[in-house]
Design a protein around this ligand. Structure first.
Ligand code: ADP
Length: 628
């Protein structure tokens, strides 16, 4: 039975019944349910005084932290809805999101708000005086399940991202469903996803709606080592991973699988081989394939993966949390079992449509006879005789790269704004592989010779990094199909993602080798170059080669960091890696880490020797030595 409650109401109930139970921790700050509820209520009162109430949009630009959880809950208690913003997005993108969502006030960290160029009168710095003091009591509104809770932006085929309006009731149903992912008061769920990504809806509110604890991963972009360390130190029992990250960790048989009880994986088709390997090594693990678009509030269907499922494509399972799933043919009649049709989602979990986009909302959200409001997912599926659903790809060009949903038309639209680009097609090469690359194929305007690197840099000023192609091909013409449409399949298949030079009708802008002036690499640069070669699938010969310009991205960076720490035995952070992403820069980083590790070892050895020489109270001396 779906819950009629909202998440804030459920949290208030836990705060009253088990005030001292752990609600949120990031390893430094610890909040019990009562502390969380009190902090949120105070901030909600401050927000109320700033005019936030029902129907008002509040931006959130904040590092992952306990503060962020308090802030999000406070906006809901004040009656408003949250528009999460990603600090990594370019300024113009953040400004567009704020304008599109009608955000009047943005809450966040001081430095991030300043970086985004947001003026003081439209921001509220979290943690500053005034946000955590007891304000004059003020009645807070009661928010019902139909009210909008969140606006999440997702790639839009017309070149503008679309804001999906997610209702409170949808979130409450998702996280309290008896047929959903089990979360009870003793569980700890890791919050490591970006708040702009709908996985975070589950990571935050599933624990808090069920009296469990949220363990906040403090790293901005955790490496797999940091993720594993978080999972261990917090004793995480329930974890959500994007399919791409799961495949990466599965290939390494991450120790994470030995700690968590339940692992929900979603975003792309799940690889049977990786699933089988993990289930063989960790047979007690509850591995769940979660399917669902943002428009259906995170997970629409779930499937508990059994080794027997791994002989072919892993099913996406059955509807969960009050969602209803229909597989319809082109005439909108139910497709018979075993026949592929389009997947429609109905029920209270369906979003309220797209913000300010009535035509697009009318196109995707329809009233179906005998069903009610339903969302047309664009996904193809077939129902097995036992009711379990199998995924069969997309009806349109939408793609997934590293879990990010991308409408290639959005990127093409941005490319066509450049005067030197006459035609553009964006495809993914190497679908489903770790090196899958968003690839831009451009035809230059007459008399121009656009450089891939320049186009990439200019695109990065406007689009979030996942929408910026990492591979480029400059072509004389785009190949066409027999019916005169751009032959996307030919483009996707023509140039191997391993950096070959072949392309449909012209030269590829990225060659077979990562070039630059030929300078001999130092031994440590050679180690870095080899790790890059394994990740990028092409030769790396220059110390000045830039990882991002050469097709690297955050998941491949994690791959390299994992490789290097395995080879050399020092831990690197992704932030440090990405701060100077050249071969020489990373070699320097490694050298520094090695020197630091040696210095620590030498200091420890000296302290041990000193303690041995003194012979007195060895334990105390050791402890001091370790402190130094
Ligand atoms: P999320 O990535 O959180 O699932 P998005 O709205 O970004 O949500 O992307 C939704 C799309 O991702 C779906 O419409 C579908 O094409 C694809 N997808 C999501 N989960 C799965 C899955 N388990 N198997 C296959 N495809 C999936």
């Amino acid at each position: 039975m779906p819950a009629a409650d909202t998440v804030p109401a459920l949290i208030a109930r836990h705060a009253a019944e088990r005030p001292h139970a752990l609600a949120v921790t990031d390893g430094t700050t610890v909040l019990t349910y009562r502390e969380l509820a009190d902090a949120a209520r105070k901030l909600a009162t401050v927000l109320g005084a700033r005019g936030i109430g029902p129907g008002r949009a509040v931006g959130l630009l904040c590092a992952r932290s306990t503060r962020l959880v308090v802030a999000q809950l406070a906006v809901w208690q004040a009656g408003g809805h949250v528009v999460p913003l990603d600090p990594a997005y370019p300024r113009p993108r953040i400004a567009d999101m704020i304008a599109d969502a009608g955000v009047e006030l943005t809450l966040g960290d001081k430095a991030l708000l300043a970086e985004a160029g947001l003026s003081d009168d439209r921001t509220l710095v979290l943690g500053e005086r005034g946000t955590d003091e007891e304000p004059a009591a003020r009645a807070l509104p009661t928010t019902g399940p139909a009210a909008t809770a969140l606006v999440l932006f997702t790639s839009g085929s017309t070149g503008r991202p679309k804001g999906v309006r997610i209702p409170h009731g949808g979130i409450a149903d998702l996280v309290t469903a008896p047929d959903g992912i089990r979360v009870g008061p003793r569980d700890r769920v890791l919050f490591h996803s970006a708040v702009t990504f709908d996985a975070s809806t589950f990571e935050l509110w599933a624990p808090l709606a069920n009296g469990a604890a949220v363990a906040v991963s403090p790293a901005d972009r955790p490496t797999s080592e940091e993720l594993a360390a978080d999972v261990e130190r917090f004793g995480v029992t329930v974890l959500v991973l994007t399919t791409a990250l799961f495949h990466h960790l599965a290939a390494r048989q991450s120790r994470i699988f030995g700690v968590v009880r339940t692992l929900a994986v979603g975003g792309e088709a799940l690889s049977p081989d990786h699933s089988a390997a993990v289930l063989r090594a960790f047979p007690w693990l509850e591995l769940v394939n979660g399917y669902g678009p943002t428009e259906g509030t995170t997970f629409t269907t779930l499937h508990r993966v059994d080794p027997a499922d791994c002989a072919g494509p892993v099913p996406i399972g059955r509807a969960t949390g009050g969602a209803r799933v229909l597989v319809l043919d082109e005439d909108l009649a139910p497709a018979p079992n075993g026949t592929v049709g389009e997947l429609w989602i109905a029920g209270a979990r369906v979003a309220d449509g797209y913000l300010d986009r009535p035509e697009l909302t009318a196109e995707r959200f329809r009233e179906l006879p005998g069903v009610g409001r339903a969302y047309r997912s664009g996904d193809l599926a077939a129902r097995r005789p036992d009711g379990v659903l199998e995924f069969h790809g997309r009806v349109d060009h939408q793609v997934k790269v590293r879990g990010f949903r991308i409408e290639p038309e959005e990127v093409e639209h941005a490319l066509l704004q450049f005067p030197e680009v006459a035609e553009a097609a964006v495809v993914v090469r190497g679908v489903g592989r770790p090196e899958a690359a968003l690839t831009a194929c451009v035809v230059p305007a007459e008399g121009t010779r656009p450089q891939a690197e320049t186009l990439r840099a200019r695109l990065a000023e406007r689009l979030p990094s996942h929408l910026v192609p990492t591979a480029w091909a400059v072509l004389d013409a785009l190949p066409l199909t027999g019916t005169g449409k751009v032959d996307r399949r030919a483009l996707a298949e023509s140039a191997p993602a391993d950096g070959g030079t072949a392309s449909a009708a012209g030269e590829a802008a990225t060659g077979a080798a990562v070039t630059g002036e030929a300078v001999e690499l130092t031994p440590i640069q050679q180690v870095v170059a080899e790790a890059w070669e394994r990740a990028l699938g092409r030769r790396v010969t220059s110390p000045t080669a830039d990882f991002l310009a050469e097709g690297g991205h955050s998941l491949l960076a994690m791959w390299v960091v994992d490789d290097l720490s395995g080879d050399i035995g020092v831990e690197l952070s992704l932030a440090a890696f990405l701060a100077d992403p050249t071969v020489a820069g990373q070699a320097e980083l490694l050298e520094r880490a090695l020197r630091d590790a040696e210095a620590v070892a030498a200091a420890e050895a000296a302290a041990d020797a000193a303690a041995g020489a003194q012979g007195a109270e060895p334990q105390g001396a050791e402890a001091q030595g370790a402190d130094r």
